[in-house]
Design a protein. Structure first.
Lengths: 222, 248
């Protein structure tokens, strides 16, 4: 079945390192996306026409453009056009954060817009000041609304890191290809075993996050 | 009796639209004032101004001699003295009933949690909802939610209670259970201003009735005179919309 090649040399270790590279890129991007997304989402909630229009354009660009095109533009394009010499990893983090920030900001905007005005009015009527209103009433509700949606975004980002091998990053999928190439003669059927393992590794990375989301959703059902 | 709330010549405008103009009202301690009027007459907006949820363009509102103004820094402190229950349910969906009630006394008034919980449970028992203390708002009916909202306002020991059409969004069979609670509060001498469409309840609860139409106080008086001998034609017409002719 081709699983045997994984036991040769340090092949399994290399695959795991590949997963590490993919997770590193996605997690750094996720953190940047959450921070910037929350800031932009709050700005959007102010409903200033200019901010909203600029953000709409940004969000559309992110949604319409394939991530791979963005990767190529940032990695290959900036080198020539702007004379920047970005590492492939930096380019990936920029692209993934650019994408994640847009989606996260839209989630924050939606969650904020979904809190009824009466929640604010009910809070201040009880004598709560602005800080207390947000701390005890608004933010907890926003977090509950956002968790399932942002976890979905995070797992999508992890999975999409498989694209970064297109700009030369040796992540898990690339390592898998290298192993198959190197063992073409000795194990011609390595493809199944290697890719099945890659599949399993992605699953193991994303599944706990999904489970966490399910758990929190259930806990906060009320 | 001493005057607790004074409203002097207040005017509310949204851009160019005048909601009400030059309204005056004085409420004495322990008095129950019920405001009625056609939809859109400005009675709810008036009530919201008393709690500084809306700003006013002219005039002054004072509670215990302290001016109520949306832009005042210590408006939160003044709002603690004003309890308000709204038409739409405003319980906090992420907190249990007990947590909903104790949040403000613990966080705003800095009362010990155990003491606040004890009082919350007593109040819940009074409105017949002790068994719901650990439930979440979505597990309650509309009438139950409104009774919790009343308890949540009461535990702050407000000097005046404002009720803004608290039964307007309820199914008919739940109206009474809520109004019974409001009525019992009226009978124990609390100061209250109630906006409502329930005329029988108004008559039973009110010390003084006020009819607002077109942004002005058109008529006011004791409930008996108000309902049996309305002086103005507008009030007569308004009250007729609540009666049915048997012979038809």
């Amino acid at each position: 079945m081709g699983f045997d090649v994984l036991l040769k040399g340090n092949n399994m270790m290399r695959l795991l390192e590949g997963v590490g590279v993919a997770l590193k890129i996605s997690l750094i991007s996720v953190v940047i996306s959450i921070v910037l997304g929350v800031v932009i989402g709050v700005l959007l909630a102010l409903k200033r026409p200019v901010i909203t229009a600029v953000f709409r354009a940004y969000l559309e660009i992110v949604r319409i453009m394939p991530q791979m095109v963005l990767l190529f533009i940032v990695y290959f394009g900036t080198t020539k056009a702007l004379g920047l010499n970005l590492s492939a990893e930096a380019a990936s983090i920029i692209v993934f954060s650019f994408w994640g920030t847009a989606e996260m900001a839209d989630l924050v905007r939606g969650a904020l817009a979904g809190i009824p005005v009466i929640q604010y009015e009910g809070s201040v009527s009880l004598g709560m000041n602005t800080f207390q209103t947000y701390r005890y009433v608004i933010v907890p509700q926003i977090i509950r609304r956002m968790i399932p949606l942002s976890i979905n975004l995070i797992t999508r980002m992890i999975k999409t890191t498989s694209l970064v091998m297109m700009i030369g990053i040796v992540e898990v999928l690339k390592v898998g290809q290298q192993i198959i190439e190197a063992n073409r003669k000795s194990s011609p059927d390595a493809a199944f075993g290697v890719f099945a393992t890659v599949f399993l590794l992605y699953f193991l990375a994303c599944w706990p996050i999904s489970m966490l989301s399910k758990y929190l959703e259930k806990k906060w059902e009320n | 009796m001493d005057e607790i709330l004074q409203v002097k010549g207040i005017t509310k405008r949204f851009d160019d639209i005048v909601v009400f103009e030059n309204l005056n009202l004085t409420v004495k301690k322990g008095e129950v004032v019920v405001i009625v009027g056609p939809s859109g007459c400005g009675k709810s907006t008036f009530l919201r101004c008393l709690n500084a949820l809306e700003d006013i363009q002219e005039g002054e509102i004072t509670l215990d001699g302290e001016s109520i103004n949306r832009n005042k820094k210590d408006i939160s402190r003044i709002r603690e003295k004003i309890g308000m229950v709204f038409q739409s349910y405003d319980l906090f969906p992420h907190l249990t009933i007990l947590q909903n009630i104790t949040l403000a006394p613990v966080k705003v008034k800095k009362r010990p949690k155990a003491e606040a919980e004890k009082e919350a449970l007593e109040l819940l028992e009074r409105v017949g909802l002790l068994s719901k203390k650990d439930n979440y708002p979505r597990q309650l009916s509309g009438g139950q939610k409104q009774r919790v909202a009343i308890v949540r306002a009461l535990i702050m020991h407000p000097e005046i209670l404002l009720f803004d059409e608290v039964t307007a969004a309820l199914d008919p069979e739940m109206v009474k259970e809520v109004l019974d609670v409001v009525l019992s509060l009226a009978k124990e001498g609390r100061t209250m201003i109630i906006v409502t469409h329930e005329m029988q309840f108004a008559r039973a609860a009110a010390d003084r009735m006020i009819f607002i139409d077109g942004g002005r106080i058109v008529e006011e008086g004791k409930p008996k005179d108000f309902f049996e001998n309305p002086k103005t034609e507008r009030l007569q017409k308004f009250l007729q919309t609540f009666t049915y002719d048997d012979e038809k």
